[in-house]
Design a protein around this ligand. Structure first.
Ligand code: XMP
Length: 520
């Protein structure tokens, strides 16, 4: 087993441990390693200790990049206990400098190297098989490693800084650049060399294997007499969760679909059709009035998330009352959800995503989250493997609390209808132009502010609708999509002419960070 904490060494399946010195960098490395067919986990630098060797068969260790400087007193550090275990090690950027430091080297502040930089290979090594003598890499640093004892310098930057080193006769490496980003064109080749050639880990992390492991784990967790409840939303995460549970426990799976009135237009029947095609027949609960009446007038978005969580829990409780053998609630939480919700130390709480934190304390079903170690692209691959219909796989992510998080300021049914209609228009226009499948999310948002307009020669005061269309790989970072003006114009014209009380359409041009994808 790869996920359980109590499993000792599974020699066949070596795990790559990524020591996390700063959020996004570490996630990207973890994803790249998994794409190479090897399971990887993130461990915060302050939790990296010998106990990791009892939990996993560690095949390689990577020190991630991060925003700090090893020259600062309070910078994140680790001791050198792992250097002599004969486990291959790779330090990246901050990790490269920290590795040099704990090896007894010297680090200095230098000229910053940012963006594409050319490096020269000056000594041959397996790490660089497939690289030319000069290659472009992505750099982002101003500290540099001046000296490391007992090491061979493998590559130099344009400023003659050490771009890569290897400790003599050991599989310990540092690279100043970022091989995990696409702007280092041969970065994947380097990671492949490190994982497959140097660490000798054979690929095994493929959908079939992942599915079997997950099913095995679910079976181990759920006792024979107990049932599992899955609230399906029509999205890929809850659908895959339900299918996995079904494969693991058969008819001890109970699925429920709550229509909370916060879904997109026409979505309820579309979702039910899709779920039926995937072999899931949920109990349908129409709770529109209950949700919308409770939300009416509520200002604070976090409060709305709490209300939605509470009402969901109330509905689940009623179902459990009828069938007391339901002891578990399965959720489609993903690896990044856990990190973004602040359940990992040092990660700030940004939003309490409904999946993770929205359920009230009185709700006492045991929680199982079969996907919680997976990234979205892995869930997609599993979904294809399980035969999930394509329109579920390709559907844009949609928050659990639905359109309620797309209303800024006071929640009103009027604003809900504006958002619903405007989002539908955004989706229709993008689908018409073949753009929908190319972007991560596309929707509309409305706030309380008004803009004076002229409709049919009369002064009209109306709402401002903000259209947000973003590109992203996993929702953790995102960029606004450069949609052609003519298409934006079409969206704007349709929204102002088809939705009464909207006088202005704005397009959001802020990436994440600093913004988040949803407005609240
Ligand atoms: P943010 O807005 O935090 O969103 O940049 C990142 C991704 O998560 C989705 N999201 C949610 N999903 N419950 C969910 O299940 C929520 O409360 C929630 N808030 C945001 C969002 O749509 C995006 O894909």
């Amino acid at each position: 087993m790869l996920f359980s904490n109590n499993i000792i060494h599974d020699k066949e399946h070596k795990v790559v441990v990524i020591i996390n010195f700063g959020g996004q960098y570490a996630h990207l490395i973890a994803r790249r390693i998994r794409e190479l067919g090897v399971f990887s986990i993130l461990v915060n630098f302050n939790e990296f200790n010998e106990s990791i060797l009892n939990k996993y068969s560690v095949g390689a260790i990577i020190l991630s990049g991060g925003p700090s400087s090893v020259l600062e007193k309070q910078s994140p550090g680790i001791s050198n206990w792992f250097l002599n275990l004969n486990i291959p090690i790779l330090g990246i950027c901050y990790g490269h400098q920290l590795l040099a430091k704990i090896l007894g080297g010297k680090i200095n502040r230098g000229i910053g190297e940012y963006g594409p930089t050319t490096i020269r290979l000056i000594n041959k090594d397996d790490l660089f098989i497939g690289w030319e003598n000069e290659e472009t890499v992505w750099m982002s640093h101003s500290d540099y490693v001046e000296y490391i004892p007992n090491s061979i310098v493998l590559a130099l930057s344009e400023n003659n800084y050490i771009a890569a080193f290897r400790v003599k006769n050991k599989k310990i490496y540092g690279v100043q650049f970022h091989p995990e980003v696409i702007h280092t064109p041969k970065g994947n080749v380097l990671l492949e060399n490190f994982i497959h050639r140097i660490a000798g880990i054979k690929p095994y992390w493929f959908p079939e294997k992942i599915v079997n492991k997950l099913i095995e784990e679910i079976r181990e967790k759920i006792p024979p007499e107990e049932k599992v409840l899955v609230a399906v939303s029509g999205g890929i995460d809850s659908t895959v969760t339900a299918l996995l549970i079904k494969k693991a426990v058969g008819d001890r799976l109970v699925t429920v679909f709550v229509d909370h009135g916060l879904l997109r237009e026409g979505e309820v029947s579309e979702i039910l059709n899709n779920l039926n095609k995937a072999g899931i027949k949920p109990i349908l609960v129409n709770a529109r009035d209950e949700f919308l009446n409770r939300l009416e007038g509520v200002n604070d978005c976090e409060e709305r998330r709490k209300i939605v969580g509470e009402l969901f829990a109330k509905i689940f409780s009623k179902i459990i009352e009828r069938d007391p053998s339901i002891k578990w609630l399965a959720q489609g939480t993903l690896y990044p959800d856990i990190i973004e919700s602040g359940s990992v130390p040092h990660a700030n709480k940004i939003k309490s995503h409904h999946n993770v934190a929205g359920l009230p304390k009185w709700f006492n079903l045991k929680i199982i989250e079969p996907l919680k170690m997976l990234y979205k692209d892995e869930v997609r691959k599993i979904a294809y493997y399980l035969g999930v219909p394509e329109n579920i796989i390709k559907r844009h992510p949609f928050p659990g609390p639905g359109l309620s998080v797309r209303i800024i300021g006071t929640f009103t049914k009027e604003k809900l209808e504006i958002v619903r209609k405007a989002s539908k228009i955004v989706e229709e226009v993008l689908k018409k132009h073949g753009i929908y499948d190319k972007v991560w999310q596309a929707f509309a948002v409305v706030g309380d502010d008004k803009w004076v307009g002229v409709k049919g020669d009369r002064r009209a005061e109306g709402y401002i609708v903000i259209v947000r269309i973003v590109e992203s790989v996993d929702g953790m970072t995102a960029d606004w999509a450069r949609i052609p003006y003519s298409i934006l114009e079409e969206i704007s014209k349709r929204i102002t002419s088809e939705i009464p009380h909207v006088t202005m359409v704005a397009y959001s041009i802020t990436p994440k960070p600093p913004s988040t994808i949803e407005p609240c």
